[in-house]
Design a protein around this ligand. Structure first.
Ligand code: PAF
Length: 297
């Protein structure tokens, strides 16, 4: 696997991969890799001729009181994992390469980036959209792979790619990969390593209670009290606060107060100890749920 730290080396490496019209996947990451990231690389290898990954802990997507300095960094270990998975190229710029002196541009995606995590982390998605647009322009992949765990992030990136007419990758080649979970259901995240043993145990309440709430909503119970009960259950299990627990339209992320006949998603962000966890799950549209009920013996 080639490791590029400068744009010149990256461009030569990418030119080689793309020669002969080969497809190149990009798997953007901030490092501290886990099975979730490796699943993205494996999926990318199934779809494309070559896979490039990037590791860059992007300062512009962290708020002033967030964990930028504490964010785990383990470049050698990560590079070895990517090489083992068959990555052809690792793009690992430093902050000066990504944001040279005088850097003055920011991309802000209206609508889809404003509620949910956008409300509790102001500026976060501007940082994500800007760095991902730069990564696309730098690596010029034909496809890009992102985890569905960051569901809102995926929606922001797709909107940015569509609105800016990015041809590499264009919106249809931005591929979302289902969340990879620990045995007890907790969504894998680089931030899970911040959890104490006690908080790690309690953290599994999040996916469990989300499934419980989804079952109730699909069963026809009212959305608002069900989400209230979900929040109470999380607080009762040791979470210190719930930033949001929202039922949204799966495409527009507009809040829903009742299940409608189109795909919906339950999105939650909650804090436990010093760690903020996010998760999301599909909620079956009303018509699908009814259909299943009528099919049951
Ligand atoms: O999901 C992440 O790891 C980051 O937000 C991303 C997409 C690599 C941008 O920094």
């Amino acid at each position: 696997m080639q490791i590029a730290n400068t744009l010149d080396v990256l461009r030569t490496g990418v030119d080689k991969l793309r020669s002969g019209g080969d497809t190149v996947a990009l798997v953007p990451t901030m490092g501290a890799l886990h099975e979730g990231h490796l699943t993205l690389v494996r999926r990318a290898r199934e779809v494309c001729d070559h896979v490039a990954a990037s590791i860059f802990v992007n300062p512009t997507q962290f708020g002033p009181n967030e964990d930028l300095d504490a964010y785990p960094r383990q470049m050698e270990e990560d590079a070895a994992m990517l090489a083992r998975e068959g990555c052809a190229l690792l793009w690992a710029p430093d902050v000066q390469v990504m944001y040279p002196d005088g850097f003055a541009t920011s991309i802000s995606v209206a609508g889809v980036s404003k509620g949910l995590c956008g409300a509790s982390r102001p500026g976060h998605f501007d940082g994500v959209a800007t760095v991902v647009c730069k990564l696309f322009n730098q690596v010029r992949p034909t496809h890009a792979f992102f985890g569905e765990k960051d569901y809102q992030q995926l929606a922001v990136i797709r909107t940015m790619a569509r609105d800016l007419d990015l041809s590499f990758p264009h919106v249809h080649s931005i591929i979302g990969v289902p969340t990879v979970r620990e045995e007890d259901g907790l969504a894998m995240s680089s931030r899970n390593r911040y959890l104490s043993a006690e908080h790690r145990n309690a953290a599994a309440t999040l996916p469990r209670e989300m499934q419980e709430a989804i079952a109730r909503i699909e069963d026809g119970q009212d959305v608002t009290p069900t989400l209230g009960a979900l929040e109470d259950a999380l607080l009762g299990a040791g979470f210190s606060s719930v930033d949001y627990a929202s039922l949204v339209d799966a495409a527009s992320l507009a809040p829903l107060s009742a299940l409608e006949q189109r795909p919906a998603r339950l999105l939650v962000a909650a804090r436990i100890g010093t760690t903020r966890l996010i998760d999301n799950m599909a909620v079956e549209a009303a018509s699908q749920a009814t259909c299943m009920l009528t099919r049951r013996p």
